[in-house]
Design a binder for this molecule. Structure first.
Ligand code: NAI
Ligand code: SOE
Length: 381
């Protein structure tokens, strides 16, 4: 079996999750980790027994050994990094949101085509087995016509003005925070599951903390709670803490979602509800193996992940038998497996979100921002 050699750029939350998930594939070797400062790359490389680490990601651009790269850095670095690697023929798996603007994302789509590289946007949440069961149910017509979509992506890790992360600052994050960071997952998911496009949005955003206390040292995602207040400086905040968004989907479906990083008690509650003419489904990432199915004329059901009972292609997204949880880590493994399969077998189907999906996501994020600014509906082309 040919082994693909890959590099991971970024050694924070995602850098570590990606490195570990890649190692579980079996046919891909992580040969280098790049991060800034170099010490962070060294620590992760040491922990995962990766042979090479560097503080300068550019040193990997021309490395003939590296066939593919995973971009796990703040959003503003996705575009320059992806561009440089694609221009040197490397396949790129990039974290979401794909870029900080649709113009950058469009350029990434163009470069990927020009250089004929495999490209993916890491909307990993699609890959929970039960989520794929929902997709199969919808494809098989079990919900009937989709009428209503509802949901939320609610977190609490940026509730206090002493909570800080690079996502707060537009320079590193891009202009939209909650919509770009977690609304991007929700909008991708709802379109992936229903097969319908969001055609218009009407949004209301709020930044509750107009200033925040920024720690003087650097910190990793979700790690703010470990710091003490003496080490902060006050900075203005231009990115949103909360958004509520009305959506029109396909020809006549309607819906709404909220996204929040200030909702106490919600750690990572990504929830969708989809209601059709025959039945409805409800799923919450915090309880990923369970699916609620709602009926009008018979008792509602709660089913549990069991590959032998899942429909359509969904069993192919589960590697463990029923009753053995498959969670967040596994979603990355499932997506990466399909990305590398496409590299090994260039004519195999594309079973992962590409840069095109990432571009669509960026256009939606911008439409949400525009809608809030204009206080009205914005239609998508
Ligand atoms: P993080 O803050 O934990 O890590 C960021 C990493 O980027 C750090 O290791 C840092 O060393 C590296 N970095 C910064 N500047 C660099 C440079 N010039 N050269 C090389 N490395 C540099 O951030 P986190 O949470 O890992 O987020 C990274 C990306 O992953 C973001 O785009 C985010 O939206 C996405 N993400 C996706 C998730 C998902 O579920 N798909 C979950 C969390 C984040
Ligand atoms: C932080 O809000 C974060 O890590 C996001 O960046 C991820 O995309 C999300 O899946 C979990 O929360």
């Amino acid at each position: 079996m040919r082994k693909i050699k890959t590099a991971v750029i970024g050694s924070g939350f995602m850098g570590k999750v990606h490195t570990e998930a890649i190692r579980r594939l079996g046919n891909v070797d992580v040969v280098a980790v790049a991060a800034s400062p170099a010490r962070d790359a060294r620590l992760v490389a040491h922990h995962f027994d990766v042979p090479h680490s560097t503080g300068n990601w550019k040193s990997l651009i021309e490395d003939p050994e590296v066939e593919a790269v995973h971009l796990c850095t703040p959003n503003a670095l996705h575009y320059p990094m992806a561009k440089a690697f694609m221009e040197h023929g490397k396949h790129v798996l990039c974290e979401k949101p794909l870029a900080v603007s649709s113009a950058e994302a469009a350029e990434m789509v163009k470069l990927a085509k020009e250089h004929k590289v495999v490209n993916a946007t890491n909307h990993n949440l699609r890959y929970y087995p039960v989520v794929q069961h929902v997709r199969a149910m919808i494809e098989a017509g079990e919900l009937g016509e989709v009428l209503v979509v509802q949901g939320t992506y609610s977190q609490d890790w940026l509730l206090y003005d002493t909570d800080y992360n690079w996502r707060i600052e537009a320079r590193d994050n891009g202009p939209s925070r909650v919509v770009g960071d977690i609304g991007s997952h929700w909008m991708d998911m709802i379109q992936h599951l229903t097969g319908l496009r969001i055609t218009a949005v009407c949004a209301d955003l709020q930044t509750f903390h107009k200033t925040r206390k920024k720690p003087k040292g650097s910190i990793e995602t979700f790690a703010g709670k470990k710091l003490s207040p003496e080490d902060y400086e006050e900075i203005p905040v231009l990115t949103e803490d909360f958004a509520s968004v009305l959506v029109r989907l396909g020809d006549r479906a309607r819906g709404a979602y909220t996204v929040s990083q200030v909702s106490a008690g919600n750690k990572n509650r990504f929830q969708f509800e989809i209601y059709g003419t025959k039945c409805g489904v409800k799923w919450n990432q915090e309880v990923p193996d369970e699916l609620w199915i709602g009926h009008r004329n018979m008792p509602n059901q709660v089913i549990m992940k069991d590959p032998s009972l899942l429909s359509g292609r969904a069993p192919g997204y589960a590697d463990l038998p029923g009753g053995h949880s498959e969670g967040y880590d596994d979603t990355h493994k499932q997506l990466f497996k399909r990305f590398y399969n496409r590299i090994l077998h260039p004519h195999s189907p594309i079973e992962f979100p590409t840069f095109e999906d990432g571009l669509r996501g960026m256009k939606l994020i911008e439409a949400v921002m525009e809608s809030h600014a204009r206080q009205g509906w914005v239609e998508l082309g």
